[in-house]
Design a protein around this ligand. Structure first.
Ligand SMILES: [Zn+2]
Length: 553
């Protein structure tokens, strides 16, 4: 940054040029970023960080565009990076017609899809070319609920065989020891595992900010890895002495929570198409936050037009808690505080009745279905097929890695499909009593079956809808270039290629061959290529051990 450099603005027409343009400047290049719109440059040395842009915003508050000034070579060519992914054996678009194309590919400019179609119709060249022969390409999956920091306490012995409340109580104080270093590496581990399973957009719900943990380091980790990230400034404010579940030393002061929430939104939230970073306000749960924090968080979120999220209707224990404390069921309690709306989605949403499902549909509330966690903790089975029939937005979440204990979104989609099927065996069909003895395969019950394509839709378009994004979830011109591929010619898929699309869920989850996010290759040949992961794993294991050992777990 040249502190004394005088900012200069090229003509606006340059900023919106559809293809390359030259900037013949002798010693400085103004890199322009209209709020929310990033102009990529193909020179690695002038790649900028969001943080530097924020500095510029403060420095040049009246500038029509954000400036970042850096030393540069004598002449720079600024052009949109392109990527061509071709020769896919099959490509699942998830577009309006749900087209599945054979021998097809995607052409990408500047992080956005320019063309989707048969190989012969795509441009012949690009800066990066991926040959996806023998592979299936799917839109990048969206993870709608996670706690990345919990990779530090996977498979904790004291929390292996209990349901939610005792499981939480076994871990709160360990999580409270999360340092900034531990937070960064656990975020990287979780995001990398997700990217390796085809996930390209991740919502994370961190709510325990003690001992140096902060949202900033998580956002930076996601940028470094290259994953599209929706961070939460989560919170807990209701300690045990006030009737909450978490210990008092694990909750924060409400005034500080709100102040820091505002800071995080102002610093990082980008609502523009193609955004790589968004912020969500996410008080943790009915049994760990006060009513005033719920109300104030909703007001703040709406002031800044960011989304709201919390856990709801996860267990019968929670239902008992709100009935005893507030004389209301969880959904009614949330409604009294302005928490039903199309800017809200709830994690789990298992224990709901038909009226509450209708209420979600009418108000536009979404749900993040987390089948692995729900089975692991014995929480119950969310009525996903009923939600879908009612028009409720549903996405998938792997939930915290301490209750999964994986961050594998392809596995989660498979479990969503399987768990919905188990539910058919546990419950009689809706309707007259004469239906009760109907076979599960009776035509009257056909709609109760979740198909592989429905589960794939939850993982893509469904997740995008609960996060409020119309620019991800499908492969269409104008959408973000987020997709992944799976090698169909492996042992795991052998014999299942009558229907390769369904094979991705009926067969055991395989690792992504390629994962592309924002037009950039993050996973290549089954390996994360944006970062050396081995040292991250080492540091992660050291941090996990230090945290657990400190409490003699
Ligand atoms: Zn959760």
């Amino acid at each position: 940054m040249l502190a004394d450099a005088k900012p200069r603005f090229p003509p606006r027409s340059h900023l919106f040029a559809p293809c390359s343009f030259e900037i013949p400047i002798s010693f400085e290049i103004p890199i322009l970023k209209k709020p929310g719109q990033l102009f990529q440059n193909n020179m690695a040395e002038i790649q900028r960080s969001e943080r530097a842009c924020r500095d510029n915003e403060r420095k040049f508050p009246s500038a029509p565009f954000v400036l970042e000034l850096r030393r540069a070579p004598q002449i720079a060519i600024a052009q949109m990076p392109t990527l061509l992914a071709k020769n896919a054996e099959i490509l699942v678009t998830m577009d309006g017609q749900r087209r599945e194309l054979k021998n097809a590919g995607v052409y990408v400019e500047d992080g956005f899809i320019k063309q989707v179609g048969p190989n012969e119709e795509l441009p012949a060249k690009a800066d990066t070319v991926l040959d996806l022969s023998g592979q299936i390409v799917l839109p990048g999956f969206v993870n709608a609920h996670h706690h990345l920091n919990q990779t530090l306490t996977r498979n904790l012995v004291a929390a292996q065989n209990n349901n939610l409340f005792p499981w939480l109580q076994a871990q709160y104080r360990i999580w409270a020891r999360t340092t900034e270093e531990a937070s960064r590496v656990s975020t990287l581990i979780g995001l990398a595992e997700l990217a390796l399973s085809g996930c390209t957009t991740v919502f994370d719900h961190t709510y325990l900010f003690k001992n140096g943990n902060n949202v900033d380091c998580q956002i930076q980790a996601a940028k470094d890895l290259g994953v599209r990230f929706h961070a939460s400034r989560g919170s807990m404010s209701l300690g045990q002495s006030q009737g909450g579940l978490p210990p008092d030393d694990c909750v924060e002061d409400e005034a500080f929570i709100l102040k820091d929430s505002e800071r995080v939104i102002q610093t990082y939230h980008d609502a523009s198409p193609g955004s790589m970073t968004q912020v969500v306000l996410a008080p943790c749960s009915p049994f760990s936050v006060t009513t005033s924090l719920l109300r104030d968080s909703a007001a703040l979120a709406r002031q800044y037009k960011v989304r709201l999220h919390t856990h709801l209707c996860e267990t019968r224990d929670e239902e008992r808690y709100t009935l005893e404390r507030y004389q209301l069921r969880p959904v009614d309690w949330m409604e009294t505080h302005g928490w039903l709306g199309d800017d809200v989605w709830f994690a789990h949403a298992i224990h709901v009745d038909d009226d509450e499902i209708r209420k979600f549909a009418q108000t536009g509330c979404g749900a993040a279905h987390c089948p692995c966690s729900n089975m692991r903790l014995g929480s119950g089975i969310a009525p996903i097929k009923k939600y879908m029939a009612a028009g409720v937005k549903v996405g998938l979440g792997v939930d915290g890695s301490a209750s999964n204990d994986a961050s594998n979104i392809l596995l989660e989609a498979r479990q969503a499909m399987l768990l919905a099927r188990l539910q058919i065996g546990l419950l009689p069909p809706d309707g007259p009593r004469k239906y009760f003895l109907l076979s599960q395969s009776h035509p009257v019950r056909a709609n109760e079956w979740m198909t592989a394509r429905e589960a794939l839709e939850l993982a893509t378009l469904g997740g995008a809808s609960v996060l409020g994004r119309s620019d991800i979830g499908s492969l269409e011109p104008g959408k973000c270039a987020d997709f992944f591929s799976l090698d169909l010619h492996t042992i795991g898929y052998a014999g299942a290629l009558h229907d390769p699309v369904a094979a991705t869920l009926f067969c055991a989850p395989q690792s992504a061959k390629f994962t592309v996010i924002n037009g950039k290759v993050v996973v290549r040949d089954g390996e994360v290529v944006t970062m050396e992961m081995k040292p991250v794993i080492e540091t992660h294991n050291r941090c996990a051990s230090e945290m657990a050992n400190a409490l003699e777990i």
